[in-house]
Design a binder for this molecule. Sequence first.
Ligand SMILES: [Zn+2]
Length: 284
Amino acid sequence: MINLKKMLEQAVKNNCAIGSFNVYNLESIQAVIEAAQVLRQPAIISFGESYTKHAPLDVIAAIVKKYCTDSEIPFVLHLDHSKNFETIIGAIRAGFTSVMYDGSSLPLNENIEKTRYVAQIAHMAGVSVEGELGYMNNEDGTTSLDLSLEKGYTKSEDARKYAEASGIDALAIAIGNAHGIYKGIPELDFERLAEISSVVDVPLVLHGSSGIPIPSLQRAITFGIRKININTEISTEAIKTARQFLHENTQENLRFESLIKSSEETMSRVIKGYLSILNCRKNY
Ligand SMILES: [Zn+2]
């Protein structure tokens, strides 16, 4: 495993983006690893603080380390959207190679101060840090976001100041993207993305990428997006498969493990679809 900084440096060189896929259990971890190994592409295995109720950090880390330590394909184990220092320290101790501190709801100066504190500690352990600026809705998409309101979009001058002063290795921005299911077809503000990209020195991250049209994602890569987060589509497609599986297999003593295996295969297929459009195969 490598850290996020190192992985994104390669992405900058190759003008591509790395897929970051959310996991919450053994099957979702296996789906990411299988997809990345079959397509021979790097991937980020992302475990959110909000998912610690599904599995403990150290168990997730142990599974990922078992699979990825001697892998030819590079992997990053990333803590997604953490608001608590305790979780961040727990992830660093467990062996995560990257953490995200989400202070996006804080005033800019407080966000800078707290992110800098996280970066100082994480960097001593060789762990990378992603920060966030701009308003996005809840990670699980349970709160909707009125995308017509641009007041939550990341401002380029704040982004420059935040990235410089906090010492982050990657910056998540809000440019019309949101977590969860989009009501219409999302439109990214490419002008704003270009402006942010021109003043910020660290690689940029796009959250909420499920449901953004593929050509828009590819265009965002040409403007400097280097990490693309996919969560919702993997999860909702797995549910569709489970529904179909239960519809087709109505026998009384159906086995649970056969159901979760069918969903794991679907998760892997969705991940392969995204990996194949990110253009990161070469030079890894
Ligand atoms: Zn996110």
